[in-house]
Design a protein around this ligand. Structure first.
Ligand SMILES: Nc1ncnc2c1ncn2[C@@H]1O[C@H](COP(=O)(O)OP(=O)(O)OP(=O)(O)O)[C@@H](O)[C@H]1O
Length: 745
């Protein structure tokens, strides 16, 4: 018997044949199962009768109970973290399955409610590292539209804010929260109506502060989480006041997350944000290099007057690549973009800088994302955080301000396990100190040689363009002055020395026959020669000079942040003009995360209608239709924009024809000389009247408008010569007009 009793242990689950035929035992087994199912069904019914929020609350509690058990080391998938089903589904649908290192190491701390300072190389996935905790934080609180602002994400640039908003839309689409993008624009009223119902705000600092100051219904007293993306940039001296003022309006109980690729542990910064025992997560602190391993980095030393030729030659030899070229200031981008379009290197050229109006910036951003091969001319506005897919090359045409800026710029390529190449162009005077700075920051960079004989010279062509187009010449002059000013304002005088630059050669390389007068340099030179003289730049107190320097640099780079921060006080005529343009655009995109697709579709629809209407208007406006359309070998239409404009100096006989049959360089030079004479005469006359020469920057102030905007200040006859901006490229416009004309005839 005993043996029998033990038998099941040895039979390994084999049933006793007598069981199957014993009806009593069978019945008991059935009854047991039946009772179990009955209780489960009863429980489920009871559960269903309970309100949804209560069920959710229990689910939340189950998640929260697991927070203390989070083991970052073992988390191989997002589902290994105790995060809500809605977030997990959003991540899966966006094809995010395994967390990256920075995500693995920070999500746990953030879920536990700790303040986090996260730093990891560029392209390592910092955005999700803060977006997931933001969604989970509000989910935990069962946040609703009625609760107002729950999380605030501050970005240094509008582009980065826009990009973060897009990622949030993707991963947060299964949640019910509303999200808003506040990145400038003047339509405060429209924003004010929605802002108090927005749960997650992604913003640039200036605009947010404006709402805090001016929108009565808006308050952040219930804020649970503050995120500073690219924290070191936001906490930079130039933005300190804005951040201080914002933080004053936030509750002290909030949780704070700071992320950047180049983070400092500056005690001052942390005190400003009142962080509470923050967790420092520096993923690549012990890494041999501070840039991605898949990034190949080189530099060349090139004379200033050879840089434009080098850029052209570089582009010509990388026609099938996606390239970003970084410049020191907006006016360089504006000028070189235009002339490079006209040089037709054989690939699409785009430009992104802070003087463009917001819609244009977004359009360029999206355009560049879509393109397979293209070159983007940009200021440092594009240096941080932007995630352009498949960028092969980053070329730094102008030396970056410091090693951190270098790291962020090159970080636009070699993102998330991809490869990339970076080339830094240095002047002989910049080489020694910049290279040692980079080595200090653990940037592996090698010098390579460029054979000067292999460079294609474009100087003559530029001279010819400037001879044909007065506006272009003015742009070249402003580019010249702005570049020098940007060099002069650089803090690190060991790297940047404006007095070592050969001005005449540089001017010539831009196509200018004569180097424009640079008033501030003359002033400094005088000051140097006669240090006792008062009223010069040397009189400025050091800290004031620094402040001025910071603010001016922000303007030069056109990084949007500073101009936003000081929007209301800006005395810069150009910015005013631009902000007026922005008035017509809604600056707040606010709607539940799941509904956003519909809204963007509506915007597109209306855009299309107006393009057609505008094209019809173009027909009525003596549009020049007999213009050559040029295609590359791959069949892509070559940009014909910007259109030609006539010079102020009347052309001699025969010169007119040159526009269509190529460029007569000699005649163009002659014209340029005559124009310079005219310019000198004008200067002389002005000097007679005012006693001092005008600043070339100010003299041409009114032509500083948006790239493809029609200047409201330009003389009438020039304004009519400009084509109407239809929102299409000129080539597309022309094709459309030709098509319409064809239909009429
Ligand atoms: N877990 C993940 N799985 C797959 N791809 C990811 C993951 N996390 C991020 N990525 C992708 O990696 C790329 C870089 O991410 P992200 O822009 O967040 O980097 P970053 O660290 O913020 O870079 P930067 O310092 O330049 O701002 C993006 O294209 C993103 O979609």
């Amino acid at each position: 018997m005993r043996l029998h009793a033990c038998a099941p242990a040895f039979t390994c689950g084999l049933k006793n044949p007598t069981d199957t035929i014993d009806p009593v035992k069978n019945f008991e087994r059935w009854k047991k199962k039946y009772n179990k199912t009955k209780t489960r069904v009863k429980q489920e019914k009871r559960q269903k009768r309970r309100p949804e929020w209560q069920v959710e609350k229990e689910a939340i509690q189950r998640l929260v109970n697991k927070y203390n058990e989070i083991n970052a080391k073992d988390a191989e998938r997002f589902s290994d973290f105790p995060i809500s089903k809605n977030t997990l589904r959003g991540l899966m649908e966006a094809q995010y399955r395994q967390p990256t290192e920075i995500q693995r190491q920070t999500i746990g701390f953030a879920l536990q409610g700790k303040d986090v300072l996260g730093a990891a190389k560029t392209g390592s996935g910092k955005t999700l590292a803060f977006l997931i905790p933001v969604l989970e934080c509000l989910y935990r609180q069962q946040w609703t539209a009625m609760d107002g602002l729950g999380a605030l994400i501050i970005s240094p640039t509008r582009e980065l804010a826009y990009q973060t908003f897009e990622v949030l839309r993707k991963v947060g689409k299964n949640h019910e929260f509303s999200a808003g993008l506040i990145i400038g624009g003047k339509d405060l009223k429209n924003e004010s109506e929605k802002i108090h119902r927005t749960n997650i705000i992604i913003c640039t600092p200036g605009r947010l502060l404006q709402h805090m100051d001016e929108t009565a219904a808006f308050h952040a007293s219930d804020l649970h989480m503050l995120v500073l993306d690219e924290a070191d940039r936001i906490l930079d001296m130039g933005f300190a006041d804005t951040i201080n003022a914002i933080v004053e309006n936030l509750p002290k109980t909030r949780q704070t997350l700071l992320f950047s690729a180049t983070q400092t542990k500056s005690v001052k910064d942390l005190a400003r944000l009142s962080l509470k025992d923050p967790e420092y997560v520096w993923v690549h602190e012990k890494a041999k290099f501070s840039t991605p391993a898949t990034l190949e980095q080189n530099y060349v030393v090139c004379e200033l007057h050879q840089k434009v030729n080098m850029l052209f030659s570089f582009i010509r030899s990388h026609l099938q690549k996606k390239v970003i070229v970084f410049f020191a200031c907006c006016k360089e981008v504006q000028y070189l973009f235009r002339v490079f379009c006209r040089l037709r290197p054989g690939m699409p050229i785009l430009a992104l800088h802070g003087k463009q109006q917001q819609m244009k910036r977004v359009e360029v951003y999206n355009d560049f994302i879509k393109k397979k091969n293209a070159v983007l001319f940009a200021t440092d506005i594009a240096a941080r955080g932007l995630d352009f897919p498949a960028v092969n090359w980053v070329l730094q045409f102008d030396c970056p301000e410091d090693a951190n800026t270098y790291i962020h710029r090159v970080g636009r390529t070699a993102r998330y396990k991809e490869g990339g190449e970076a080339l830094l162009v240095l002047l002989p005077s910049e080489e020694k100190d910049m290279v040692s700075q980079l080595q200090e920051k653990k940037v592996p960079i090698n010098r390579i040689q460029v054979n000067p004989e292999k460079l294609t010279s474009v100087q003559q062509k530029l001279e010819a363009f400037l001879a044909q187009e007065k506006e272009q010449k003015e742009r070249a002059q402003r580019c010249f002055v702005s570049y020098l000013r940007s060099v002069y304002l650089m803090k690190n005088k060991d790297v940047f020395d404006v007095f070592q630059l050969k001005l005449q050669e540089y001017a010539a390389s831009l196509g200018l026959a004569v180097a424009p007068r640079v008033r501030f340099l003359n002033k400094v030179q005088k000051q140097r020669a006669d240090p006792g003289q008062s009223g010069g730049l040397g009189d400025v107190a050091p800290h004031e000079e620094e402040k001025e320097l910071k603010s001016f640099k922000a303007q030069l780079r056109g990084d949007g942040l500073k101009s936003e921060a000081q929007e209301s006080q800006s005395s810069d005529e150009e910015d005013d003009e631009e902000e007026d343009e922005e008035k017509v655009q809604p600056a707040l995109l606010s709607f539940p995360l799941s509904l956003q697709e519909t809204d963007s579709n509506t915007i597109k629809k209306t855009e299309k209608e107006t393009k057609f209407k505008e094209a019809k208007k173009v027909l009525k406006r003596n549009f020049q239709v007999n213009t050559k359309l040029v295609f590359t070998e791959e069949g892509q239409m070559v940009q014909q924009w910007p259109p030609l404009q006539r010079t102020a100096v009347p052309a001699t006989e025969g010169e007119e024809d040159d526009c269509t049959s190529g460029i007569n360089v000699e005649e163009a030079r002659e014209r340029l000389r005559r124009e310079d004479q005219e310019f000198d005469k004008l200067e002389y006359r002005l000097k007679q009247t005012h006693g001092t020469l005008p600043d070339p920057d100010k003299l041409h102030y009114d032509s500083e408008e948006e790239d493809d905007q029609i200047s409201r200040k330009r003389p009438r006859q020039q304004a009519t010569a400009k084509p109407l901006d239809t929102g299409l490229s000129l080539a597309e416009d022309e094709a459309l007009v030709l098509h319409l004309l064809g239909n009429r005839s």
